[in-house]
Design a binder for this molecule. Structure first.
Ligand SMILES: Cc1ncc(COP(=O)(O)O)c(C=O)c1O
Length: 411
């Protein structure tokens, strides 16, 4: 049987692709520290579980396609604390930020259109685009200047008649970059001048360090009819398994169009929305401690990495990721070697090769993305293991073992 070109062209998630090697290492009794995936270890606030436990309906019914009234009310209040005023009919609840991104692309692009995206980008943007035949049009950014945006002229030179939107994650996964007010203004001007939508993925909105200022596209009134804010409780409240995200837009026509997509999938999990409604009531003060914790972890990982010869990275100011260049030819080969061959006292570390975060060929081949989602002690151990692993790998003087062509271990 034949598969569609569409699914054939979708790459396996670089974040999950190495899982069989990890499982095999675990079966050999090796403890694997995870720096590869953005699954926070912070406790989900109790309020979520309490609300779900107190749910007392006798039938678990479908709820409205746009979301439950309680959750939409809480989201409205949450946004107003960030000076974003959305009415109830300007908000839609989705199955995670993932569905919100997919629906936004479906609503503003036709097949063969493209969206401008700062590169490296959240790798699933690629898959979402491919699944609806929309191309990523990369705006390449560089480690050397903290992955900030190039000039307005450079960005404009990328626009063609099929460009329909700018899609951006701010703070960025995978670079941790927080875009400045001037960068947000520049993109807003481009969107106005070239009649583009802005799909602003702000799922890491609270995760900003060093007292840096954060600007949301939702705070730029001149472009309110073209901004689509994507959100999620996954990272914000450490509730990845709840699968609750959202779309917010002052463009009611757009919301009506996306509502049709929401109706097609009937509704989002009623119980998860019951819990999420309580999470969105969490006072903003809740984030203070969390941000301090992540800032501490960022510092630990960054300073440990700086001790490793040949590693190049900028100190990121947001989200919980660091993108680092390694002195290797092929970071994926090294990542597999760490799981297959390396251990120190039966411990190793799993990292995420960064090539899948680029759509421009050859970029990112010697880069990795690290997520600082472990506690300080484990993070220090993981960083030391990485350092020792790298030293040993380089000392073998063979730059690539060609593991990618190996059979993946079964299971
Ligand atoms: C930048 C970004 N956007 C969206 C998502 C999707 O999140 P979810 O579908 O869990 O809400 C993620 C998840 O890692 C992300 O990093």
């Amino acid at each position: 049987m034949k598969y569609s070109q569409r699914v054939n062209s979708i790459q396996s998630s670089p974040i999950r692709k190495l899982a069989p090697f990890e499982e095999s290492a675990k079966k050999r009794g090796i403890k694997v520290y995870h720096l590869n995936i953005g699954q926070p270890d912070i406790k989900t606030p109790e309020e979520f579980f309490r609300a779900v436990k107190n749910f007392d309906k006798k039938v678990l019914e479908y709820c409205p396609s746009n979301g439950t009234e309680d959750l939409i009310n809480s989201m409205q209040k949450y946004y107003s604390s960030y000076k974003m005023k959305f009415s109830k009919d300007e908000l839609l609840v989705t199955n995670g930020g993932s569905e919100a991104l997919l629906f936004a692309l479906m609503a503003v692009c036709d097949p063969d259109d493209n969206v401008l995206v700062p590169e490296p980008f959240y790798t699933n943007y690629f898959g979402f685009g491919q699944s609806v035949n929309v191309k990523i049009n990369p705006i390449t950014t560089k480690a050397e200047n903290g992955f900030h945006l190039p000039s307005k002229e450079d960005i404009i030179s990328k626009i063609n008649p099929k460009t329909k939107a700018i899609m951006i994650s701010n703070p960025s996964n995978p670079t941790g970059t927080v875009y400045s007010y001037n960068e947000i203004r520049m993109l807003s001007e481009i969107a106005l001048e070239y009649n583009l939508w802005i799909i602003s993925d702000e799922v890491y909105r609270e995760f900003v360090y060093d007292n840096q200022e954060y600007t949301s596209f939702g705070n730029i009134p001149e472009i309110e009819d073209r901004v689509i804010i994507i959100d999620s409780i996954s990272k914000r409240y450490s509730a990845c398994g709840a699968r609750i995200g959202s779309i917010a837009s002052k463009n009611k026509g757009l919301i009506d169009q996306i509502l049709k997509l929401c109706q097609g999938r009937l509704c989002v999990s009623t119980l998860d929305q019951v819990g999420a409604a309580k999470l969105y009531e969490t006072p903003i003060s809740y984030f203070k401690e969390i941000i301090e914790e992540y800032e501490k972890r960022r510092n630990v990982l960054y300073y440990e990495l700086m001790k490793v010869d040949g590693v190049v990275c900028e100190k990121p100011s947001g989200a919980f990721y660091i993108l680092a260049k390694l002195p290797v030819d092929d970071a994926e080969d090294f990542a597999i070697w760490m799981l297959k061959e390396f251990n120190k006292n039966k411990e190793t570390v799993m990292i995420c090769p960064a090539q899948g975060f680029y759509s421009s060929e050859k970029l990112g081949k010697n880069e990795i993305r690290l997520a600082y989602i472990l506690n300080e002690k484990d993070l220090t151990t993981a960083a030391k293991l990485l350092k020792e692993g790298l030293k040993e790998y380089l000392s073998l003087k063979i730059k690539s073992f060609n593991y990618k062509n190996d059979e993946l271990p079964l299971s």
